[in-house]
Design a protein around this ligand. Structure first.
Ligand code: KG4
Ligand code: ZN
Length: 341
């Protein structure tokens, strides 16, 4: 079954063709990073306009690279949310138009669940179950027990910021350009993490829950002084910023690794499946090299936002009976909409 996937939840315009939920025939991603960079973050209205401008060509390119004609597509899949409403509408209406004109079923996919599915697309071997699912994106941080395809039990989540959001906010504090996560990683490579000490967030009575807001404030106070705000001037020499970035990164990623280790032990997991933008971080991959459990990462091109993960997951989902699919900017967490084991 050939599925054409479309992804426009945020600032990546993407289309992909995937066969049988696994074989990636094409994966085209048009990044809008340069459009939003001058504003220090994603400007929703600009994102919608860019999607509108680019999506037709991105879809065409995905079909060309897959060497198929549009009529060979069996299903159209689209990210339904969560995301920016205007951006989602562009992808959803394009998908509806294609489904209607080609008379093909339409599948709406949860973007965050697709991030986790991306990690399962990197292997043709069966993933030992139960697996620990780790969602680390710009909007979500969660640990889940995965019993099988689409069967999740939530273990823990964050009580405040997502881990990717913490990277982005720290990047802004350090004066780094948007998108911040990869910039923090780059700067951290030049730093000595032992020069600053930060503490990972602890949630009382919930050893597996995350909290990144306090860590972000500690970084703010370290670079701009206690009681400062993000507008304040730097209180440390510029040469110290790589050390701060490195110490922050070690603390945030160390916290992830500790909780992954503890959760997989407590929940009897036989493997770990990691998805979401922060899985792109090389340091995280290094920290998990010594893990006793097999770790499944998204294959190249599938860690950050992409449409291959949308087309892949759609293979496992029932299509809509009609075109009655709405954009869901605040689509509820995917683990709430599946049978909890
Ligand atoms: O999963 P994603 O592409 O979009 C969402 O669905 O949120 O994740 C984007 C997040 C951003 O917060 C970004 O800063 C973070 O992933 N990120 C990274 C790295 N690359 C992307 N964080 C740390 N290190 C990276 N190399
Ligand atoms: Zn994403």
């Amino acid at each position: 079954m050939l599925i054409l996937g479309i992804e426009t939840t945020c600032d990546e315009t993407a289309a992909a063709v995937v066969a049988d939920g696994r074989t990636i025939l094409s994966n085209v991603i048009a990044s809008q990073a340069l459009v939003h960079q001058p504003f220090g973050g994603v400007v929703p209205e600009l994102a919608s306009r860019e999607h509108l401008r680019r999506l037709p060509r991105v879809v065409e390119q995905a079909l060309q690279e897959a060497r198929i004609g549009i009529r060979q597509v069996d299903r159209i899949a689209v990210a339904q949310g969560p995301g920016l409403i205007g951006a989602l509408l562009v992808g959803i209406n394009t998908a509806k138009g294609l489904a209607l004109s080609l008379n093909r079923p339409l599948v709406g996919v949860n973007h965050v669940e697709a991030h986790l599915y991306a990690a399962m697309m990197g292997t043709s071997d069966p993933i030992p179950m139960p697996a620990l699912g780790v969602v680390i994106s710009g909007g979500h941080t969660a640990l889940l027990k995965i019993e099988g395809q689409g069967r999740y039990q939530l273990i823990s989540t964050t009580i405040d910021d997502a881990v990717g959001e913490a990277f982005d906010k720290v990047a802004a504090l350090l004066g780094l350009p948007y998108p911040g996560g990869p910039e923090v990683e780059k700067l951290a490579r030049e730093g000595d993490p032992s020069r600053y000490t930060f503490k990972a967030g602890v949630v009382k009575g919930k050893p597996l829950a995350f909290s990144f807001s306090g860590l972000k404030t500690s970084v703010l106070y370290a670079v701009k002084g206690v009681g400062s705000d993000k507008q304040s001037a730097l209180a440390v020499p510029k040469e110290d910023l790589p050390h701060v970035a490195a110490a922050f990164q070690e603390t945030a990623l160390g916290d992830l690794v500790n909780k992954i280790t503890l959760a997989s032990h407590l929940y009897g997991c036989r493997s770990v499946v990691i998805g979401g933008g922060v899985s792109h971080n090389r340091r995280l991959r290094d920290l998990l090299l010594s893990s006793p459990l097999p770790i499944f990462w998204p294959p190249p091109g599938l860690a950050l936002d992409n449409a291959a993960m949308i087309a892949g997951l759609a293979y496992h989902q029932a299509p809509y009976e009609n075109l009655d699919l709405s954009a869901e900017p605040r689509l509820k967490p995917f683990w709430l909409s599946h049978n909890v084991t």
